[in-house]
Design a protein around this ligand. Structure first.
Ligand code: ADP
Ligand code: ASP
Ligand code: MG
Length: 412
């Protein structure tokens, strides 16, 4: 008998029929003698719908506290519906909102971090033979205000609960049957990975693979929570996120991630003198705008170009912020481009193999894809390309590093 935390995403609870399907899946685990704690997302599309409503009423950036009250309501619906559906098939269940648990977070509305989870009520519910059904994506701060964890944050709720309850496994049940070498919506011969290291998964998630919320992987690594991604709709082993072991086959590249949520800003013709980076990025940082990649070209005639990327949602504010800065530092021009994509290859095997970057750049060059920016770390290489080349770039790199499903290729 094991204690298993299962998280069901938006598609898995997309309508009442699917919620009944989830109830049946939970029932099978209960019948096998396991204790189950369920975490659910809002119905698919619901969080977007609520966001649009919020913007209609409160402008493009609605008041953060009220937006969290609004967005958190999506999960309130699904915990109640799933608990009812479980009751209908004879499985005792109880719904819990984040503050009822309580999932304690910091004060950062919209991107709150979980600080502590009270397990008392959940443990009691489990002892009584019931299934706690917990609202994902939400928590409560020390003032008693509702907070949310950022888009896709239900994964993090589940892993944090699994860590707090010392569960035997955390299952992320979703609409794909595991983690693939690339987003299967783009690459139809992508291969499911039997296992992947926490380190690689953290890079993939942070670089745009939305199958797992980055912070959930971080938590799972830190608290050693066995984490598995698998399908809600079909049986199968899914993908296990594991610690790196000596005998693990070390692919040079394990997976490819892409992200379309960034924009690029160039401040051209700035004096190539000490302090320029801080003069440009300081005001951006003070507006709480996160900067990702940074590039400073070699100057000519004492002038240089300074380029960096921000999230698309912060693009307009970043440009506006720079207007006064540009005058102050006497820059020639500010330009921006939000039609960019970031494509990244990730693999622990890169540590021990030289020449991976060259192979990546050669493959992209052969397709005439212009690389606008590059950034690397020990186990990843990211490039920025024009958005219209995103799919071609992912496909090209997927083929270059032999990531396709061999069996599917043989069938075709
Ligand atoms: P949920 O609503 O269950 O949380 P998400 O939409 O957040 O589901 O995440 C699952 C989706 O992640 C898949 O449908 C898939 O399109 C996408 N995805 C992106 N990269 C990958 C990858 N490498 N492997 C599997 N799925 C991926
Ligand atoms: N419902 C939230 C969202 O759409 C949280 C989640 O699905 O994980 O982002
Ligand atoms: Mg998700």
């Amino acid at each position: 008998m094991a204690l298993i935390v299962q998280k069901y995403g938006g598609t898995s609870v997309g309508d009442v029929e699917r919620i009944q399907g989830v109830a049946q899946r939970v029932a099978r685990y209960k019948q096998a003698g396991h204790d189950v704690v369920v975490v659910v997302s809002a119905m698919s599309g619901e969080t977007n719908r609520l966001m649009a409503l919020g913007q209609a009423a409160g402008g493009e950036k609605p008041e953060a506290r009220e937006l969290d009250v609004l967005l958190a309501s999506g999960e309130q619906v699904t915990i109640a519906l799933l608990s009812m559906a479980l009751g209908q098939i004879g499985i005792s269940a109880r719904s819990f909102l984040g503050d009822q648990v309580a999932v304690q977070t910091d004060f950062a509305f919209g991107k709150a971090r979980i600080e502590r989870i009270d397990t008392q009520k959940l443990s009691l519910t489990i002892e009584q033979g019931s299934v706690p059904v917990v609202a994902g994506f939400q928590g409560v701060n020390a003032d008693g205000d509702i907070t949310t964890l950022g888009r896709g944050g239900s994964d993090t709720s589940a892993v944090a609960l699994a860590a707090a309850l010392q569960a035997d496994e955390c299952e992320i049940c979703t609409d794909v049957d595991g983690v693939y070498t690339a987003d299967p919506r783009i690459i139809n011969n992508a291969r499911r990975l039997g296992q992947i290291t926490f380190e690689e998964m953290l890079e993939l998630a942070s670089l745009g693979s939305k199958v797992l919320h980055p912070r959930s992987v971080e938590f799972a690594g830190r608290y050693k929570v066995p984490l598995r991604v698998l399908s809600t709709f079909q049986e199968g082993p899914g993908t296990l996120i594991t610690m790196e072991t000596d005998n693990m086959e070390q692919a040079i590249v394990s997976g490819i991630a892409h992200a379309l949520d960034e924009a690029k800003i160039t401040v051209a013709g700035v004096p190539d003198v000490p302090g320029i980076a801080s003069k440009i990025l300081g005001p951006i940082g003070r507006k709480n705008i996160e900067v990702d990649m940074i590039l400073q070209n070699t100057g000519a005639d004492g002038l240089t170009d300074f380029t960096f990327t921000v999230k698309r949602q912060d693009f307009a504010e970043a440009l506006a912020t720079l207007e006064s800065v540009a005058k102050e530092i006497d820059a020639r021009e500010i330009s921006g481009d939000d039609a960019i994509a970031k494509v990244s290859i990730v693999g622990v095997g890169m540590r021990s193999h030289a020449g991976v970057a060259t192979r990546m750049f050669d493959a992209l060059a052969a397709e005439n894809i212009n690389i606008q920016m590059i950034s690397t770390s020990e186990i990843k290489i990211s490039v920025v390309v024009a958005e219209r080349y995103m799919e071609l770039a992912v496909r090209t790199l997927h083929a270059e590093f032999d990531l396709h499903d061999q069996a599917a290729a043989a069938d075709a």
